[in-house]
Design a protein around this ligand. Structure first.
Ligand code: NAD
Length: 320
């Protein structure tokens, strides 16, 4: 298999690169480093089956096409993961976020058609907004503020989904959409603003944990290796063609419970610093993964405690 991954230098993208290389595939990663880092691909760069193209996926793809022209065949699958993903990142880059999920997604659809490749679009549980249904099934349409501070991300992903489905209907594109729920693991940036790196970095630096509101809001955290396994299964599956699939861990915890687990792992009590809830922050988040279980025979295997231990130990290592 030959796989092209946009956003390949990011947190999820780089783990996907490593997984496909381990499985024997040829991998092309495209990234402009707006939120990603070359270090995430340190292992991949040593592998002759790995090719990296520094380019913006919203651009003309001339660099990408030129680089691919020298290769013997086009990719069999295109995985579109390029997009700022943390609230801090998409607040800093709102226009880039809108653009990469709209224009960038359209470019990916066209290229997948041209190459006869299958497409997977990385969408998000943010499409459900502040959900009024719980847990969230793929059929739920969501409750999204169309112009609030998170809208540049939520609405961009919803537009991206609409675009993919327009290509499926009009051109019979072999495409599928995954809605990823909160995922964590090594290679998250300490300062990316998401709760897992926030808590771990604060715990390791001896600082109080920042808790928004009273910490009663829930999240369901999926370890990155589990997510990557679900993605690989989804790409390989014919049954997911023209479908949306939730990928996440239904093991739901309040932020306060989560803070307690982090405190247990680092072996000491941790103070909390409470801040006001961010605007439009969802109160509850938990995936219904029945479809992924049935169609992909997939469910998360790494417990929160085990995944957090692995992440804390990765965060404790000196950065390379
Ligand atoms: N991590 C999660 O919990 C989560 C949850 C839901 C959805 N997702 C989706 O998964 C994907 C990856 O998320 P992540 O957590 O790895 O984020 P990330 O910020 O670590 O990775 C995104 C990568 O895309 C690259 N990128 C962004 N815009 C680009 C552009 N125009 N051209 C080329 N490269 C570009 C960035 O430089 C970065 O390397 C995103 O599409 C995100 O919406 C992630």
């Amino acid at each position: 298999m030959k796989i092209l991954i946009t956003g390949g230098a990011g947190f999820v993208g780089s783990h996907l690169v490593d997984r496909y290389l381990r499985d024997g595939s040829e991998v092309v990663a495209v990234d402009n480093f707006i939120t990603g880092a070359r270090e995430n691909l340190a292992a991949a760069f040593k592998e002759p089956r790995f090719h990296f193209i520094e380019a913006d996926v919203t651009g003309a793809w001339d660099d990408v096409k030129e680089a691919l022209r020298n290769q013997d065949r086009p990719p069999d699958a295109l995985l579109h993961f390029a997009s700022p993903a943390s609230p801090v990142d998409y607040a800093n880059h709102p226009l880039e976020t809108l653009s990469v999920n709209s224009l960038g997604t359209e470019r990916c659809c066209r290229l997948a058609l041209e190459w006869g490749a299958r497409l997977l679009f990385a969408s998000t549980s943010e499409c459900y907004g502040d959900p009024k249904e719980h847990p969230q099934r793929e059929e739920y349409w969501g409750n999204v503020n169309p112009n609030g501070p998170r809208s540049c991300y939520d609405e961009a992903k919803r537009y991206g989904e609409a675009l993919v489905f327009a290509y499926v209907r009009k051109y019979d594109l072999d495409a599928r959409v995954i809605r990823i729920f909160n995922t964590y693991g090594p290679r998250m940036r300490r300062n990316d603003g998401r709760v897992v790196p926030n808590f771990i970095a604060q715990a390791l630096e001896g600082k109080p944990l920042t808790v928004y509101g009273e910490g009663k809001q829930t999240r369901s955290f999926c370890y990155v290796d589990d997510l990557v396994d679900g993605i690989v299964r989804c790409v390989a599956s014919d049954e997911t063609r023209g479908q949306v699939v939730n990928l996440g861990n239904p093991d739901e915890h309040t932020i306060e419970e989560f803070a307690e687990i982090v405190s247990r792992i680092v072996g000491r009590p941790l103070k909390r610093e409470h801040r006001p809830m961010p605007v439009d922050d969802p109160g509850r988040r938990c995936p219904d993964i029945s479809r992924a279980k049935t169609v992909l025979d997939w469910y998360p295997r790494v417990t929160l405690e085990e995944g957090l231990r692995r992440t804390v130990s990765a965060f404790s290592l000196p950065t390379i």
